[in-house]
Ligand binder design. Structure first.
Ligand code: 7RM
Length: 662
């Protein structure tokens, strides 16, 4: 890995929290954190029971705080308790003084904004919930949401939660084929989509893509279409209806009784990439998930009641679920929903939003920070960023140069940078730097959030000693409320067990490499499985390979990540053609087109390298470590490690010799 991407190791710069942040932080000292943290791990049940009472409304108290097993995985928090996520995120704020407070500020691609108060959200969510019911949606049914960043995306999630339906949000950048796969896998009954999406001045024909997916997704009986651009689109009679017409019908009420659900009833499914096969439908349940997102929203972002909070993620990813919709709304915050892109109309767009809305907490990904840093300081310097107090990072390790730029140029040397490590499976921040009380180390995610019990396992599968700086694999020893409960359609939790609980028996395995330093700060070193982190988006190499292999001239392929200056990791595809096929000069483009069609533009290879053969071991396994080295530009075979198990070592020379130079 080149310097630009490799997080520095322990021993680099350290920044103390500033008085500017500390003077109003919820937690007032590191000792207070340590004390609470101790309670959370010594007596988790008492700790979490107290937090669950503080953060959530309960229609009926739970019977049992925790039941768990990491061998035959089964996790249950607050079972028997009755609550509702939409009630917690909306209804209760009508009576706690926040009725007329802005819940959502929507900032459109073309720089127009719209404010929705908690009362306004309530009315809209209830109406939509009634529409869903009118179309036959019942508790436990799956509703797919394929929407751009419009406020209706948030209303849709909450409307499902209100009636106990399970949503599955599909990122609007995914292709028709990817949508089809998720509709089939989840057996969704209803799809909520839009006529078009608008991003960076460009139109994304969502309804047309949805129509293509629906040809092979017969479980979907109703399609509700949000009119974003109000251009004419094909509407299938009997199946497709317009959102705005449905919610404004006279017989649709703006009240809808809450469906009280069990703490462990599923809230949503979110598909995420893993090492093998098709994406997994990660299942999150109700109370534990909401507790984790609410509590971290308060403590990690240090949100105060009159603050404006802005997370730049898309609701199609877990960050959007937890930190645009659920966490902020559970604590009654004002959350910005931004439709556009960081560089439109220019590279000052985020800073323009910060200045115009007086943003106090800003949360984005290292890839965005790197790309904006490259555009020059004149963009941030042209805007008033003085409202900012906490600036967050998520999605991949942040390299020190980007961290420093963020801290100095965006944070003006006084904001806390919170580097939050967590995963789709974790639901909420797992490691973080709590503002105002924790010192900051550029590139280190920081300390465990309350209740999190991380352990770095060395190559002997033993816990490594904190101070030795030994790199290992990051595991978690004890369940936390917001963790995933399983994978959708996975009888007996077999796949759940295999993926997360089998490498290190008795532990949850994260898939990440890490080092723990003498202060207990954890430094993330990237994924150790076949997942590539492109611009903070998780993409499985197996999915890309399946797309490449679907081309009739491709015999086999192997995809690996390589260090990329802006994206963090780029995608490097090794392709072997069938015997007798001559590589046609346009093949790169054709293959890229296939990947775009099967997954979406984010998964297109940056480099396509046609090779005669892949380096394989005698047992038939592709030696990916060699492919990663070549992709990273390391052509000195001395650095490749042991090659003796390869069937044919000359394959490696051939690959090095034909490496495309760019
Ligand atoms: C929230 C999210 C999860 C993977 C995870 C890591 C990487 C995320 C950080 C990070 C270093 C961070 N969910 N990752 N945050 N690595 N520092 N602060 O991204 O399911 O899409 O991805 O992302 O590899 O395992 S995710």
């Amino acid at each position: 890995m080149n310097e630009h991407h490799t997080p520095s190791s322990p021993g680099g710069a350290v920044y103390e929290p500033t008085e500017y942040v500390h003077e109003k932080s919820w937690l007032t000292s590191l000792e207070q954190y340590q004390e609470l943290y101790q309670q959370s791990v010594e007596d988790p049940e008492t700790f979490w029971a107290e937090q669950a009472k503080e953060f959530l409304y309960w229609e009926k108290p739970w019977d049992k705080v925790l039941e768990w097993d990491f061998d035959d995985p089964h996790i249950s928090w607050f079972a028997g308790g009755k609550t509702n996520v939409a009630y917690n995120c909306v209804d209760r704020h009508l009576h706690d003084g926040r009725r007329n407070k802005a819940a959502i500020i929507w900032e459109s691609d073309e720089r127009k904004s719209k404010v929705y108060t908690y009362q306004g959200v309530y009315n809209r969510v209830c109406r939509l919930a009634n529409v869903l019911k009118a179309h036959g949606v019942k508790k436990g049914d799956v509703v797919a949401i394929y929407l751009p960043m419009v406020p209706e995306a948030v209303f849709s999630m909450l409307a499902c939660a209100r009636i106990g339906a399970i949503h599955t949000v599909v990122f609007s950048g995914f292709s028709a084929t990817a949508l089809r796969d998720r509709l089939q896998a989840s057996q969704a009954k209803v799809l909520i989509t839009a006529d078009n999406g608008v991003r960076g001045g460009r139109i994304n024909p969502l309804k047309a893509q949805a129509d293509e997916a629906l040809l092979e997704a017969p479980s979907v009986k109703t399609v509700i279409v949000v009119g974003r651009t109000r251009q004419e689109v094909d509407m299938m009679p009997g199946r497709d209806v317009y959102y705005h017409e449905e919610v404004s019908r006279d017989d649709i009420s703006s009240h809808c009784d809450v469906e009280w659900v069990d703490a462990e009833d599923p809230l949503f499914i979110l598909y995420t990439s893993g090492s093998t096969g098709k994406p997994k439908g990660i299942v999150h349940t109700t109370a534990g998930y909401l507790l984790g997102t609410a509590m971290t929203s308060k403590y990690t972002f240090d949100i105060r009641d009159d603050d404006v909070y802005f997370c730049t993620a898309d609701v199609g990813w877990i960050t959007g679920h937890s930190y645009i919709t659920y966490g902020p709304m559970a604590i009654g915050a004002t959350s910005i929903v931004f439709e556009g892109v960081p560089t439109y109309p220019d590279a000052g767009r985020f800073w323009d939003i910060v200045a115009r809305h007086g943003v106090n907490q800003f949360y984005t990904a290292p890839t965005a920070i790197r790309s904006l840093m490259r555009s020059g300081d004149e963009f941030p310097n042209a805007h008033d960023l003085s409202s900012l107090r906490v600036i967050g990072s998520v999605g991949e390790p942040i390299n020190p140069a980007a961290w420093e730029w963020y801290y100095h140029v965006i944070g003006h040397d006084r904001c806390s940078v919170v580097d939050t490590w967590w995963q789709t499976e974790g639901g909420a921040h797992m490691l973080t730097t709590i503002p105002g009380i924790m010192k900051m180390k550029p590139s280190a995610a920081g300390l465990p959030f309350f209740g999190m019990q991380p352990v770095v396992m060395n190559s002997e599968k033993e816990p490594s000693e904190a101070a030795t700086g030994e790199e290992g694999r990051l595991c978690i020893k004890f369940p936390w409320p917001s963790m995933a409960r399983g994978i959708w359609d996975d009888p007996g939790n077999a796949r759940f067990k295999e993926v997360y609980f089998s490498q290190y028996p008795g532990l949850y395995f994260s898939g990440d490499a890490a080092v723990c330093d003498e202060d207990g700060y954890i430094w993330l070193k990237g994924r150790v499985d076949d997942v590539i982190n492109v611009s903070g988006h998780r993409i499985g190499t197996a999915e890309i390979e399946a797309s490449l292999n679907s081309h009739p001239e491709v015999a086999e392929s192997a995809v690996v990540g390589f260090p990329h200056e802006i994206k963090g990791e780029g995608i490097y595809a090794y392709v072997v053609l069938k015997d007798g096929v001559d590589p046609d000069p346009g093949l790169d483009q054709i293959l890229a087109g296939l990947v775009r069609k099967n997954i979406g533009p984010i998964a297109k290879p940056d480099v396509t390298h046609i090779v005669n053969e892949l380096p394989k071991t005698r047992s038939g396994k592709i030696m990916r470590r060699i492919l990663r080295k070549v992709a990273a530009g390391i052509t000195d075979k001395e650095q490749y490690g042991d090659l003796s198990t390869l069937v044919d070592e000359t394959v490696v020379d051939q690959i090095i010799d034909t490496r495309p130079h760019k």
